[in-house]
Write a protein that binds this ligand. Structure first.
Ligand SMILES: *Cc1c(COP(=O)(O)O)cnc(C)c1O
Length: 480
């Protein structure tokens, strides 16, 4: 057979061998280091390898994967991984990706099963967070960044239409009143990226100060809006957070929804990390929500979702149907309005299958249990931190995030030395393979940040994290 063809029996053998490989990988994950740093030669070999002139045998390629790629995973499959906002893959999601690739549809639109699977999976997300399912629209995207880009593009379109002009026709080149976008000081960097990509520029962003719980201060927002209006600017959107990436803080969404209603501003909620855990906080009143099933729900990356209250408006912001794609309902390959009319992508992968399967495997109560378990483990971690005289907590627990630092009595208050020490603690812990956590900066302090997102993490794993941080901190400060 000529590549890429593989004869069916050969494919079956390869597939079975890979199922064994993945099963062993999952089963043995606790026995291996969380993270194994690559050697310079290993990096160089991978990066510089030449593509062979002749095709290689699948067995050879797979063996190379097993020895050179698989051992150097990012670490987020391990129950002692607490870095960033990265969960392990739900096993059924791993299988789903195989099936999705086997079908390989384009989910731009059309009248095939994948489209209806995505409609259902997105509706389930809406139902899980209490977002309206009537008249709204949602679609899967690569992640929270593109979800935010999509939601804010709709916001920009809406605001221009409110003022009687079309941003799709004019762009931002006609000297209209400058838009102002509000987010908190703790807003995710994707909001900045979005402002750049939408032609607003980062100067259009007003970063509202946060309170002691790292939530947006609504009175400050209110006065900023008034000041901007008085200065001839056009406030158009508040991009709030339901679970900031730094501390897991949830902005006061209900108050913000009231304010946005009164001021006629679009309320976008970045719930990439926390939406599924922020049910009841006011998410249901947002105009758009970004939500990442590839975070808390453990759907294998990439799987983000954007939900927009006014589905027709989202379509108006993006719909562009070239002649070769025109269809009629119930005729030929028509079906529902195409997903490609609601976002950036034309050809779209079958991301929905892994979400559809993972949600069904969990069930509604499984989602709630997962969220509750992670939040309880974060509280447990915070208690361990608070009970350790050489550790200092730097923020209230938000969702499943704990922020702290190693701060022995003799260094308390010396932020400069503590910053340098904690950076080394983090790097040393990461390289040790015993556990993995990452960083943020809070009020100028280098902060160790642990985010619980693994379905198999236990109280013992959390205790092990505390132990390794304390031991590492003690060793490094003794060396100084
Ligand atoms: C992860 C994250 C994002 C960005 O989402 P991606 O999936 O990485 O594109 C945005 N906001 C928050 C709060 C996040 O945690």
């Amino acid at each position: 057979m000529t590549p890429p063809a593989i004869d069916p029996e050969h494919f079956r053998r390869l597939g079975h061998a890979l199922v064994d490989l993945v099963t062993d990988h999952f089963a043995g994950i606790r026995e291996r280091p969380v993270f194994r740093p690559m050697q310079p030669a290993e990096r160089a070999t991978l990066m510089q390898e030449a593509l062979g002139e002749a095709g290689a045998r699948p067995e050879v390629i797979i063996e190379r994967f097993r020895t050179a790629v698989l051992p150097h995973a990012m670490g987020n499959g391990h129950p002692r991984f607490f870095g960033w906002v990265n969960s392990p893959p739900a096993p059924i999601g791993v299988l789903a990706d195989f099936l999705a690739a086997a079908m390989n549809p384009s989910c731009a639109g059309g009248d095939h099963a994948a489209i209806y699977v995505e409609r259902a999976a997105v509706r389930w997300l809406m139902e899980l967070i209490g977002f309206p399912t009537e008249g709204s629209m949602g679609l899967l995207v690569s992640g929270g960044s593109v979800a935010t880009l999509t939601g804010l593009a709709a916001a920009r379109h809406w605001a221009a239409a409110q003022d009687g002009w079309s941003v799709r026709n004019e762009g931002l080149q006609h000297g209209r009143r400058p838009f102002v976008l509000y987010t908190s000081e703790q807003g995710h960097s994707c909001i900045e990226k979005t402002a750049e990509l939408l032609g607003l520029g980062t100067d259009a962003i007003h970063a509202v100060p946060v309170d002691e719980q790292f939530r947006m201060r609504v009175p400050d927002l209110r006065s900023a809006i008034a000041a901007h209006r008085a200065a001839g600017k056009r406030p158009f959107c508040v991009a709030a957070s339901a679970g900031t990436v730094g501390t897991g803080a949830i902005d006061p969404l209900a108050e913000l929804a009231d304010l946005c209603g009164a001021e006629r501003l679009w309320l976008h909620v970045d719930g990439a990390y926390g939406a599924v855990a922020a049910v009841g906080a006011g998410l249901e009143r947002a105009d758009s929500v970004a939500l990442d099933p590839h975070k808390w729900l453990s759907v294998p990356v990439e799987c983000g979702a954007v939900l927009v209250r006014d589905g027709e408006l989202l379509r108006q912001a993006f719909s562009l149907v070239p002649a070769y794609l025109r269809t009629e309902p119930d005729r030929g390959f028509g079906g529902l309005p195409w997903f490609s009319e609601y976002g950036v992508q034309q050809t779209r992968g079958f991301r929905a299958l892994k979400l559809w399967m993972t949600l069904q495997h969990l069930g509604r109560s499984g989602v709630q249990d997962l969220v509750a378990r992670h939040m309880a483990l974060a509280e447990h971690l915070a208690r361990l931190v608070d009970a350790s005289p050489d550790l200092e907590r730097l923020a209230p627990v938000g969702l499943s995030v704990v922020c702290f630092r190693y701060a022995p009595a003799q260094l308390r208050g010396d932020d400069e030395r503590l910053n340098a020490l904690n950076k080394r603690v983090m790097e040393t812990v990461q390289a040790s393979g015993a556990a993995f956590l990452t960083q943020t900066t809070l009020r100028g302090r280098f902060t160790l940040r642990a985010c619980v997102l693994h379905y198999a993490t236990t109280a013992a794993d959390v205790a092990a994290l505390v132990d390794v941080v304390r031991q590492t901190g003690a060793r490094l400060s003794a060396e100084r």
